[in-house]
Design a binder for this molecule. Structure first.
Ligand code: HEM
Ligand code: HEM
Length: 155
């Protein structure tokens, strides 16, 4: 994993996670009683847009990571962070697909079902991602230079 990939991943995961959590919070707990009855929180639409805009950054970075990190780590058989890494790798596709399914579902019951699936998988992703960082901390870092050279413990 190059420095650029590592930081793109940390930043895009943080942006997507934070906007998703805030959007979910406002959507389900932020409603207000206005002049004409119950209405959405004034910031809900903005957070929804920010989440939908941040998500492709994470999806793009995750795509890079599959080739630059997931496959080499899987083949190397290294121990630290292996279980959390495999869980993360397995939920990436369903997390992304369920997010888009929430957006395109027409029937309310399907929208709600996908929202639950997306919410649950996203929470597992955020917890798993944090755990993966902690569990892999003691492992020697492997970095790939732009010319393809691999080095251990880069500064
Ligand atoms: C990283 C952690 C993430 C969290 C905590 C999160 C959280 C949420 C929440 C709470 C919702 C609202 C569901 C509802 O309407 O009931 C949502 C919707 C959505 N999420 Fe995520 N999400 C995450 C990652 C992603 C990713 C990786 C994608 C990439 C496709 C994504 C795409 C979407 C889309 C398209 C929606 C539908 C927005 C709409 O209402 O039109 N999310 N997300
Ligand atoms: C088969 C699956 C995976 C395995 C076996 C695995 C294993 C590891 C190991 C051994 C490390 C520490 C050594 C190093 O940094 O080179 C590490 C670090 C890391 N992993 Fe994974 N991983 C997997 C999947 C994933 C996935 C899916 C993600 C992202 C969602 C991820 C994100 C990271 C990050 C951000 C680091 C820290 C890199 C750094 O600071 O240089 N890994 N992983």
């Amino acid at each position: 994993m190059t420095i650029l990939e590592r930081w793109s991943l940390h930043i895009s995961a943080m942006l997507t996670g934070a906007t998703g959590l805030l959007y979910g919070w406002l959507r389900y707990f932020g409603q207000r009683v206005g002049e004409f009855g119950v209405e959405p929180h004034p910031l809900q639409a903005m957070l929804q847009h920010l989440h939908v805009l941040a998500a492709p950054l994470l999806v793009f970075t995750l795509g890079l990571l599959v080739r630059g990190h997931v496959l080499p780590m899987w083949r190397s058989g290294r121990a630290g962070g292996r279980a959390s890494g495999i869980v993360l790798a397995l939920i990436l596709a369903p997390m992304v697909l369920s997010g888009y399914a929430v957006q395109v579902a027409v029937e309310p019951k399907w929208r709600l079902a996908f929202a639950w699936i997306h919410g649950a998988l996203s929470m597992i992703f955020l917890v798993g991602y944090s755990l993966h960082q902690l569990l892999s901390l003691r492992q020697p870092r492997i970095a790939e230079a732009p010319n393809g050279e691999v080095s251990l413990n880069p500064s």
